[in-house]
Design a protein around this ligand. Sequence first.
Ligand SMILES: *Cc1c(COP(=O)(O)O)cnc(C)c1O
Length: 318
Amino acid sequence: MNSLTVNLHLMMASFYRPSGRRTRIVIEDAAFPSDSYAVASQAVHHGLDPARTVVRLAPRDGEEHLRTEDVLAFLEREGDTVALVMLGGVNYLTGQLMDMPAITKAGRAAGAVVGWDLAHAAGNVPLRLHDWDVDFAAWCTYKYLNAGPGAVAGCFVHERHVRDASVPKLSGWWGTEPSVRFRMDPDIAPPASADAWQLSNPPILALAPVLASLEIFDRVGMDALRAKSERLTGYLASRLGSAPGARPITPADPAARGTQLSLRVADAGGLVRRLAEAHGVVADARDPTSSGSRPSRCTARSTTATAPPRPSPTSPSG
Ligand SMILES: *Cc1c(COP(=O)(O)O)cnc(C)c1O
């Protein structure tokens, strides 16, 4: 349903319930900008100051990745002030695959709700959201799921929530039981599934590429896809290892990454142009300085809803 950022908001409308001391939202400092804007605006929506509400977890000084142990230590230390942990399963910038089971467990043990943004994880790495006890997740279908920008997105709600009438939802007629939808009853009858979070008619044309793509995923299976992607990504990593002037920032450990390899290079824009012109390779560049100066550890970094816009990305698909 909808697109990813819309679904993040719908999930937060249900599962971000700040109260008392427990108001904070934890994201990663290298979060995709839409996620930063979404959580800051949720804080404002609840009458809270985003600078004090949003915690951006950053790697240690001189490091590129969040250490699981640091995230867990933060949750142990300050978890009683956290209402929601909402990190990316695979970081869009570094390609780091987070330890979703461990972080979910620690966040829930601290009394927080744990949701995952799976934009770069869905179709990339195996996911066991139910078994990991994840509260909710949202993703788009136009990255690893191949359906094209603007294609219909998805979300997951753990079954412990779907029969809980105390969970507030923003509802629409597509969130009622399909069998009674056309009775035009003024009272909603939501199914006990994530379908209850649907609002509106889906865009039929935008569903067609999702269907075509998911049929292939069903046929191949994520385990086979993951096994092959580990070999292909490992092969590319080994070839790139010796490239002068290109520093990999994706974890070297195959268990800590998906299929993405991010490289830090001096003139990324020029390289992308040369790759396209000379070799027909589609590449993408992000300015590493655009994520701002980094705090030194897993500590709070202020954020505001009115931060100036950053340079726009070079591709529409993020
Ligand atoms: C691509 C991406 C988005 C944007 O998705 P929309 O469907 O355009 O809202 C948001 N968050 C992350 C982490 C992304 O990678």
